[in-house]
Design a protein around this ligand. Structure first.
Ligand SMILES: [Zn+2]
Length: 394
């Protein structure tokens, strides 16, 4: 993750010109071009229409949409001033105090949080309000290379690592507990990781992974070195996504690939769960990309958009419903931790007897939510989107 001030960007007119549907002088191809030329499956062609519908419905039915904006702010991606204040959001997961205004851009669909964080505040935020469980290094298990019907049903492809082939040189920015690195290593890849969480060092040391602990810094890597760079659920945390994409471009080989997984605001989940939508994740998520805003960002940072797909683990919808039962009010964390709800972890004996925890276990075991999630993903209006972009050869 990286935090910092906004860097200089191309003027809006230039951004729009370069995404007007034709290849630019740099050979940059817009997402619109891809859609027009039909590289994507047919259901993906109607995804933008469905996304607009969801956004309009969400806006029309949301009581917060009637609130008046206090100031005009410009979009951090396209720099348009056609922005709209949506509502004041708060941290209903970890209980970080305060409320944070959420805005959206009418021009590119980007949704963003405004927060004036000092470095000290960020340290406090991530150290004291974003706790990773005390992970037992002995329990480390890399992600499996699962295939077949259950892999599809569970949404394994929601992880960026699944979009990386065998025998390549790959860097995972925000590699967490190194499960992705173990996955790539088993497939013959040369693996590198970058993770801000100091706790990960013990795992990397024990299993021999080359992990840089700290924020991503391109100076830690050779130029034009990686075949693939992945960022799973990271870019939305970045205050300056343009800067980090420009930095990543320098470490990817010409012709190499960037895979980014990030929540999308034009999702049916946002409409259904409103202020308790998990994608808000206030105040950790600063930028929520529409397909258009991500394409703009890729374009102006020198990447070529290739394709994208909606993919989310099926258990996510179950977790989202669970949040409705246990979410916290302002300044208070959720009643019990759900950040790693899965069949791997127990809630504890007392909680396991609660009726809604039993129901959760039953629904998880029977994969009751899996088919609806796969259907929504197929329509292109799921909560998460995986983007694949390439670095042009010249
Ligand atoms: Zn915008």
């Amino acid at each position: 993750m990286t935090f910092g001030s906004e860097s200089d960007a191309l003027p809006e007119r230039e951004c729009l010109r370069r995404t007007s549907g034709k290849s630019s002088a740099l050979g940059v191809k817009s997402c619109r071009t891809v859609l027009e030329h039909g590289k994507e499956p047919s259901y993906e062609r109607i995804a933008p229409l469905l996304s607009v519908l969801v956004a309009v419905l969400g806006s029309a039915f949301s009581p917060q949409s009637f609130m008046k904006s206090e100031d005009t702010v410009s979009c951090p991606i396209c720099h348009s001033e056609r922005t709209q204040f949506l509502f004041d959001s708060w941290d209903f997961i970890h209980g970080y105090p305060g409320t944070f205004p959420i805005w959206s851009c009418k021009n590119c669909g980007h949704v963003f949080l405004i927060g004036d964080f000092t470095p000290e505040m960020l340290t406090n935020l991530y150290s004291n309000y974003y706790p990773r469980s005390q992970f037992d290094v002995e329990h480390y298990k890399p992600y499996a290379d699962r295939k077949g019907f259950l892999s599809w049903l569970d949404g394994d492809d929601a992880g960026c690592h699944r979009w990386v082939p065998k025998n390549v040189r790959v860097l995972d920015i925000g590699c967490g507990r190194c499960e992705t690195l173990g996955y790539h290593k088993a497939l013959g890849c040369e693996v590198w990781g970058c993770e801000a969480d100091e706790n990960v060092r013990a795992i990397a040391d024990k299993y021999g992974f080359n992990v840089h602990i700290g924020l991503f810094d391109p100076d830690n890597y050779k130029k034009d070195y990686f075949d693939y760079v992945t960022m799973n659920q990271v870019i939305e945390h970045c205050a300056d996504p343009e800067k980090i994409f420009r930095q990543i471009l320098t470490v990817i080989k010409p012709g190499g690939t960037l895979v980014v997984g990030t929540p999308q605001p034009a999702s049916i989940d946002r409409f259904l769960f409103r202020r308790y939508w998990g994608g808000w994740h206030t105040p950790f998520h600063l930028n929520l990309f529409s397909k258009k805003s991500m394409c703009l960002l890729l374009d102006k940072t020198g990447f070529r958009y290739e394709h994208s797909k909606c993919r989310i683990p099926s258990v996510n919808l179950l977790n989202q419903w669970a949040i409705l039962f246990v979410h916290g009010e302002q300044g208070k964390p959720m009643r019990f931790r759900t950040s790693s709800w899965s069949h791997h972890e127990s809630f504890g004996n007392n909680l396991e007897r609660l009726w809604y925890v039993r129901l959760y276990r039953f629904l998880e075991k029977t994969r009751a939510f899996a088919l609806p999630v796969r259907f929504v993903d197929a329509l292109g209006i799921g909560m998460n989107r995986i983007y694949v972009a390439s670095k042009p050869l010249s």
